[in-house]
Ligand binder design. Sequence first.
Ligand code: ADP
Ligand code: ZN
Length: 215
Amino acid sequence: MIVIFLGAPGSGKGTQAEQLAKHLNVPFISTGNMLREQVSQSSVLGLKAKSFMEEGGLVPDRDVISMIKERVTQKDCIRGFVLDGFPRNSIQSKALDKAMIEINREVNKVVYLEVPKEVVIERISFRRVCRRCKANFHLKYAPPRLENKCDACGSELYQRTDDTTETITKRYAIYLEQTQSLKDYYQDRLIAIDGNRRKEEIGQSISEKLKVTAR
Ligand code: ADP
Ligand code: ZN
């Protein structure tokens, strides 16, 4: 099964997509994580992507598209995969369609997480991420047990450089302008989910609607 997650920054796509991928036993592919990895390695792509990301803009389509094409055609994606953060505009969705046709596959389901703007802004401003395992925490609603340490692996938590108030507003505007309309593009396979709930409840609705029994 090939599943895409759509939603505003901070809508919880990453968390839910990763959970679902685990249950389906297919790779979880996050363009944000892949790009951050490139930045931390100072690769050619990373050096180029860094400024776009820090400003809250999109990394050029060409670069992201070739990165994703290379990833989804790897062997481990043969049984499917879950995408988080891609596609983010109509050029990317068309490129993905084309890539899927080439390998004789199609996007099966698109999960759209609906969360009000005030809620995503609040979630992102208090977000902290584990440097090692990328687990997310919320300083107010889901704080780590020990200050600044990941509950899962004990590594240090940090605030993403693009999680500043100014940048969040810009990312949200780009989402409204370029990404949100993809829900119309995928309307025939769209699953709309209320993302303004506890993450366990959201995960359960997603599984029910996708009819994934093993949780
Ligand atoms: P969020 O969904 O919270 O904005 P992500 O981790 O998905 O966070 O993405 C972080 C940044 O990485 C984006 O603001 C953008 O600069 C870049 N990025 C991620 N995915 C894409 C994409 N498909 N196209 C262009 N840029 C992307
Ligand atoms: Zn961790």
